[in-house]
Write a protein that binds this ligand. Structure first.
Ligand code: ZN
Length: 271
């Protein structure tokens, strides 16, 4: 029985990770889980990797950026030119031991002694790096989900689904958990962008849940605040946090490293 912090898509953003870990200390967590993409896009891959390892997470899985930053091949299917440039830069920032550690991570894991499975992309074919954006994608994932809870990342967009018990007479077997996926309207900057917020989902017996916890280091749902989740196995609650962080410093480092300007700009718009 414990409180778990679930961190995904840190993407070498030291400023965002620091704020998230400060919050984790404040809420007195017991354990950490990492859903991959520790590196890529931002300017502190080596530092973020060491911080994650020092947290001694109970489970870590590999993301697509982790994979490409840790193997020799420069073939990157599905990577845009900015992402590709960042991967090549990242590879150079990591030492051999760090690259080996990343490349040795599994694609999915069940957290020992818990009802939690984790994956970076999707459980049905984790190595193909698919995205979960709707109930159809979620259905494919639930087919391979044998624990009550599954946490994933990859899209950087928080979204959650629950699958009702087989005995349920409801018309739709899978529902989206609406408030988890809050995204501001296009072009409308969230008014509360400087304010931290949190929302809770209660885990009910007989239901299965799939949570995309959003991204620590490069949020993409037009909300630039760092996103992560906490699962409390005693209260049986999953809480999603959004935290403002020092975006300006993260941007400055991206530019100073010679990484594409677009990677700096997208941090402040959250897309
Ligand atoms: Zn990612």
């Amino acid at each position: 029985m414990a409180k778990y912090a679930i961190l995904s898509d840190i993407h070498a953003n030291l400023e965002a990770l620091s704020v998230v870990l400060e919050k984790c200390r404040e809420i007195e967590l017991d354990k950490f889980i990492c859903l991959g993409d520790i590196v890529g896009y931002n300017a502190n891959p080596s530092e973020c990797l060491e911080i994650v390892r020092n947290l001694e997470p109970v489970a870590v899985v590999k993301g697509n950026h982790d994979e490409h930053a840790s193997i020799a091949s420069e073939e990157m299917e599905g990577f845009n030119p900015h992402a590709r440039k960042a991967v090549i830069w990242t590879k150079d920032q990591l030492n051999e031991e760090q690259r080996e550690w990343l490349s040795g991570l599994p694609y999915r894991a069940t957290v020992q002694g818990t009802n939690i499975t984790i994956v970076h992309a999707t459980l049905d074919s984790p190595e193909n790096w698919r995205y979960i954006f709707d109930a159809h994608h979620a259905a494919d994932n639930f087919t391979y989900q044998f624990t009550q809870l599954c946490f994933c990342g990859h899209s950087h967009v928080p979204i959650a689904f629950c699958k009702k018990p087989i005995s349920s007479t409801a018309e739709k077997p899978i529902d989206e958990i609406q408030n988890w996926a809050y995204s501001p309207e296009e072009g409308v900057f969230p008014r509360d962008v400087e304010v931290a917020d949190e929302l809770r989902v209660s885990v009910q017996t007989g239901f299965k849940y799939l949570f995309n916890v959003g991204s620590v280091g490069q949020p993409r749902n037009r909300d630039p605040r760092a996103s992560f989740a906490v699962y409390d196995s005693v209260e049986r609650q999953v809480t999603r946090y959004r935290l403002p962080y020092d975006i300006t410093t993260a941007q400055r480092k991206i530019l100073a490293a010679g990484l594409p300007e677009r990677l700096a700009l997208r941090l402040e718009t959250g897309n």
